[in-house]
Structures are given as C-alpha cells and as structure tokens.
Design a protein around this ligand. Structure first.
Ligand SMILES: [Fe+2]
Ligand SMILES: [Fe+2]
Length: 323
C-alpha cells in the first residue's frame, strides 16, 4: 500500500493500542506542544524542586538486572497474583506480546516508538499513585495518633514525585489524545480508591504489591532498551534525545542524552522502587524507622541507601538492616 506522497505507508499494527492510545504523530520529537511552559512571571527564572535526584553512574545503571522475590506468605501470594493478573489484562487489552530473541511475531505485535510511549504514559500515570496514598495515610496516622512516623512519609511522597517525573518526561515526547486521557482518568479513579482501601487493611501487602509491580516495570524498560539496541526503533536511534526536563532532573551528562540513556535512568529508578517497596514490606509497619532515612552507627556495613550502591532486587530483610 502506498501513501498519497508515493512513499510506502508506515505499517502500524491494527492492534487496539494504535487506535485507543493514540499519541503524537511524531513521538520522538517534542516541539509540538509545551505541556509545562515556564510560569509567565517576569521575575521567575525556573521553578525548583525540593527533591534532588541522586546521581547514577552509567556503570551502576548497566548493572541493573531483572529480579524476583519469591512469595512465601499469603500476603505475598495475594500481591503477586494481583500484579500478574493486572499485567496479563494490560497486555491482552493493548495487544502486547513479548518477542523472545530470534522469535518472529505477527506484524500486529510489532512495537513502534508510539506504542512504547503510549504504554509508558499510561503505566507511569498509575505508578505515581501508591507512594502518594501510602504517604498520605501515614501522614494522617501520625497526626491523629500523635506519633512520629520515623521517615517513611517523605520517601513515599518522593517516590510518587519520581514517578510523576517519569510521566512528565514522556509527555514531552508524546501528546496523549482524548482516549488515553479517558483511560488514565478511569484507571486513576479505580486504582486510587482500591489502593487506598487496601492500604488501610494491609500496608505490608500493598508494599509487596508495589515491589512486584516494579519487578514488571524493570522488565518493561529492559525490553524497550533491548529493542532500541537491536535497532528495532529507528526513530529513537536516529532522532531521539531526552527532553530538558529529564536532563535537569537526572543530571544527564552531555553526550549521554539519548532516549536509550533516558530509559536506563528510568529503569534504574524502577529497580530502586522495587528494592524499597520489598524492603518496606519486610519491616514492622508501625515500629521500624525507614532504613533509607537512618544514619547508621557503623556505616561501613552494607545498608540501604538512596543511590544505586548495594541495590538488592528482592529488598533487604529486616534482620540485615536492624539488629
Ligand atoms: Fe516509573
Ligand atoms: Fe516505579
């Protein structure tokens, strides 16, 4: 089939995602619309953030690996089964199928830059919810029980902020249209309320759920990186550059600002969320301080930290952190 200009029309698979999750016609460019123009105040240069992102080295980001924490309790199994069901449902609805190395899939499963962006935008709009719900509920708990929280609230809110930065970054690359917006609206309404109620009942299960969700996020970004590195996303290979919002947030060094580099940063964040939430699930939700906010008496012993040093895919056990 040829397009009107005589060039072969770009074959886009007729899967549901290409109709429902329509994004920009030029997903790798970001000059079509400025979602976040600088505030129009004469004396305002920039709006600064309270949360500075730790600097990741390239070697640290390359070392990030897929990981899975074995489910051992009923709470773990509930969390894992929920995540697996959601992943299966999402893949089914969006017509996504993972291609194993060397495997050929029907054309409708080919992942284009636009399809990856639609997936990222939708998932990141969901990923920003749990940290905010957890932080909010712990904040309210601290107020009404008149007790210290011991450092959990700030970190959970920062996680929500970090996920929102992922979303804002992708929105600089893609312009969601009405159907995507509707999907995000509906998903947020359902997910926020469900997670809110679940966190009231069992915060431990909720953190395990997020840990498993982040395992899936690391898988998703690893696959996208592999697709770029295999040359299957030529627009990103040729034209893609990380938007300024990302360069500033992750402090991306010059010469390392491609879309591939960007996905390495985001994947590393997801690996950190995976570790943090599995660790939090291992702790006493009411009594233990946040091990990422603690000053340790013996800092030479390996301990949880905000950067990528000592990254643990399955999280830290309580006994490893607090003796
Ligand atoms: Fe994310
Ligand atoms: Fe995440």
């Amino acid at each position: 089939m040829a397009s009107r200009c005589g060039k072969p029309a770009k074959l886009e698979s007729p899967s549901l995602i290409s109709y429902w999750f329509t994004t920009s016609q030029h997903p790798y460019q970001h000059h079509h619309k400025d979602y976040f123009p600088p505030p129009g105040k004469l004396n305002v240069e920039t709006v600064d953030t309270a949360w500075n992102h730790p600097v990741y080295t390239e070697a640290q980001m390359r070392r990030v690996q897929l990981a899975h924490r074995n489910a051992t309790t009923w709470s773990d199994w509930v969390a894992l089964a929920t995540v697996r069901s959601l992943r299966w449902g999402m893949d089914w609805i969006t017509g996504y199928r993972h291609r194993e190395p060397g495997q050929r899939l029907p054309a409708r499963f080919a992942m284009t830059e636009r399809k990856w962006l639609a997936r990222f935008v939708f998932l990141e709009s969901i990923a920003g919810v749990p940290g905010m719900v957890g932080g909010m509920l712990r904040h309210l708990h601290s107020l009404r029980r008149m007790k210290r929280d011991n450092g959990w609230i700030e970190m959970l809110l920062e996680e929500a902020f970090n996920e929102r930065m992922h979303l804002l970054t992708f929105l600089k690359l893609a312009e969601p249209k009405w159907f995507m917006r509707l999907m995000v609206l509906g998903a947020q309404g359902v997910f926020f309320n469900t997670f809110f109620l679940a966190y009231l009942v069992s915060p431990r299960t909720c953190h395990r759920f997020v840990g498993y969700l982040e395992e899936e996020a690391v898988i998703t970004y690893t696959r996208a990186i592999e697709e770029i590195e295999a040359g299957n996303l030529p627009d990103w290979n040729k034209n893609g550059t990380a938007p300024d919002i990302a360069v500033q947030y992750w402090k991306m060094p010059a010469g390392h600002r491609s879309i591939r580099d960007l996905l390495y940063y985001i994947r590393a964040d997801e690996a950190k969320h995976r570790e943090v939430n599995h660790t939090l699930s291992n702790l006493d939700q009411a009594a233990d301080p946040n091990p990422y906010q603690v000053t340790y008496r013996d800092p030479s012993r390996p301990h949880p930290s905000k950067g990528l040093e000592n990254l643990k895919g399955a999280g830290w056990e309580k006994e490893e952190v607090f003796k």
